[in-house]
Ligand binder design. Structure first.
Ligand code: PGA
Length: 241
């Protein structure tokens, strides 16, 4: 199974900053062979980054898309447009969209279906909040997110990537221990009908990447804050098992 190191830039980096970041990142990672590197810039930076990563070791993805291909959806972006710009991947259901922007599970299900139809690889995010973990509901929450998100497309899960991102670990500096993450990864795997790549996300940094990637259950990482500095992200890309 391929190893994926993905950088979610969130609402950071304007077009000029994005160009610089990805140019420096390309230099810093050099010729990496056995891992897939994906960056997820803001929509407005995608064409700029696409021009630079074309035919390189870095692949391109978008942070969100709409489930319709076109139409009267003011402010939304079609997956087809993203593909035209060179995106191969799209993040669906990031916790900031689930919790802050209140995207419900059935929207995510529609988006996952459209991404499959048009040939974008989804990184589908699931994960519990602090309250849910503390009240012992982690597995229940993840089961619900997987059931509703993958409704009708369970048999195609091998064409997607799942990211386990405990909400309490995102941008907080708190990381799930590798063992805790591996346990939830194992649970997610047990809920899927086909083998899928499962990433961990939540305060991944150079200091914890080697330990995280030593876990058999973890096939890669989705990195937020630490993906905004080329040397830091390159160190994560170059983890040693
Ligand atoms: P973080 O974000 O690495 O800054 O915790 C992870 C994510 O949101 O994917």
């Amino acid at each position: 199974m391929e190893t994926i190191i993905a950088g979610n830039w969130k609402m950071n980096m304007d077009p000029g900053e994005s160009r610089t970041l990805v140019q420096e990142l390309l230099q810093a990672v050099g010729a990496v062979k056995d891992r897939t590197i994906i960056v997820f810039p803001a929509f407005t930076s995608l064409p700029h980054v696409a021009e630079i990563v074309h035919n390189s070791v870095i692949k391109l993805g978008a942070q969100n898309m709409h489930w319709e291909r076109s139409g009267a959806f003011t402010g939304e972006v079609s997956g087809l447009f993203l593909k035209q710009l060179g995106c191969e991947y799209v993040i669906i259901g990031h916790s900031e969209r689930r919790h802050v922007l209140k995207e419900p599970d059935d929207w995510l299900n529609r988006k996952l279906k459209t991404a499959l139809d048009i040939g974008l690889i989804s990184i589908f995010c699931v994960g519990e909040t602090q309250d849910e973990r503390e009240s012992g509901r982690t597995e229940e929450v993840i089961t619900r997110q997987l059931d509703l998100g993958l409704k009708g497309i369970e048999s195609e899960v091998h064409k997607m990537i799942i990211a386990y991102e405990p909400v309490w670990a995102i941008g907080t500096g708190k990381t799930a221990t590798p063992d805790m993450a591996a346990q939830v990864h194992g649970f997610i795997r047990s809920q899927l009908t086909k083998p899928a790549t499962i990433l961990y996300g939540g305060s991944v940094k150079p200091e914890n990447i080697d330990a995280i990637m030593k876990e058999e259950e973890i096939q890669g990482v989705l990195v937020g804050g630490a993906s905004l500095k080329p040397d830091t992200f390159a160190r994560i890309v170059k983890f040693t098992k």
